[in-house]
Design a protein around this ligand. Structure first.
Ligand code: MG
Length: 262
């Protein structure tokens, strides 16, 4: 019988990278069209958010079931029966990261499609119409050398006054708050920001695709303790996320460690 998408080897294939890229890109296109249509009709923000989550999830699940029937799938919007934990290859997706902003018609949202192989974030695509990119391990963003005098730290809206402010002071940086881990990772990967920090737990669907993409882009990627991210765990949570230009990594991790002790 012909080998399907479930590769016998544990390595990702070029096709895996292309598939993740195309799924994230095409799903984001569908979501953007849906958001515009519902928003223009005056649909309630909660219903726009719910419809976005449902459309993104069902579309990606259908595509992956056809393209990679032998692989496990773990989605923010799906049931987790834990069978994925025994699978070497698990697709980890957030069909709509930043869904509440999506419901209000905003642009701070992204589609995350990742493939973890033996727990490692190897393949990843982040499609963000707001940032205007599909940043992925297939089409790796190349950050132009930033010519700004002041570094930029991006942080979640709830974190901008804690670790965001701390690092802003320490690095003499401007702190920008925005939603969606994928959006923030894409801002760093494309050189529009220098440091993204989130010093509290996150779900694997928040971090897996951004991490794979950022590693491929040559950025520092770890949890706030400096440890590489492990995904597809039974409890699918990581301690947080640091994505930054390599030259900032030591300073950022030391500051986070000192804050913990202090
Ligand atoms: Mg989501």
């Amino acid at each position: 019988m012909e080998q399907t998408g479930a590769a016998a080897s544990n390595a990702a294939t070029a096709d895996d990278h292309v598939l993740a890229h195309e799924l994230a890109r095409d799903c984001a296109d569908r979501l953007l069209a849906l958001q515009r249509r519902l928003f223009d009709r005056g649909v309630d923000h909660y219903d726009i958010e719910r419809e976005g989550d449902e459309l993104g999830h069902s579309w990606i699940v259908e595509q992956l079931a056809a393209a990679r029937p032998g692989d496990a799938l773990f989605s923010e919007e799906g049931l987790d029966d834990q069978t994925r934990v025994a699978s070497s290859r698990t697709w980890i997706i957030d069909p709509l990261d930043g869904s509440s902003g999506f419901g209000y018609g905003g642009s701070e949202w992204a589609v995350h499609v990742a493939l973890a192989i033996d727990g490692e974030p190897i393949v990843g695509a982040v499609a963000s119409p707001g940032v205007g990119v599909v940043a992925s391990t297939h089409d790796v963003p190349v950050a132009k050398q930033a010519d700004r005098s002041q570094p930029i730290v991006v942080s979640g809206r709830t974190r901008a006054y804690s670790e965001g402010a701390l690092l802003g002071d320490l690095l003499g940086a401007k702190v920008v708050a925005c939603s969606s881990a994928g959006v923030k990772a894409a801002l760093v990967a494309t050189g529009r920001a220098d440091v993204y920090v989130h010093d509290s737990p996150l779900y694997e669907w928040d971090v897996c695709a951004p991490a794979a993409m950022a590693i491929a882009a040559g950025l520092h990627v770890s949890d706030p303790f400096g440890v590489a991210l492990e995904c597809n765990k039974a409890r699918p949570v990581v301690d947080g996320l640091v994505i930054c230009r390599q030259e900032f990594a030591a300073t950022v991790l030391e500051a986070l460690a000192a804050r913990r002790v202090g």
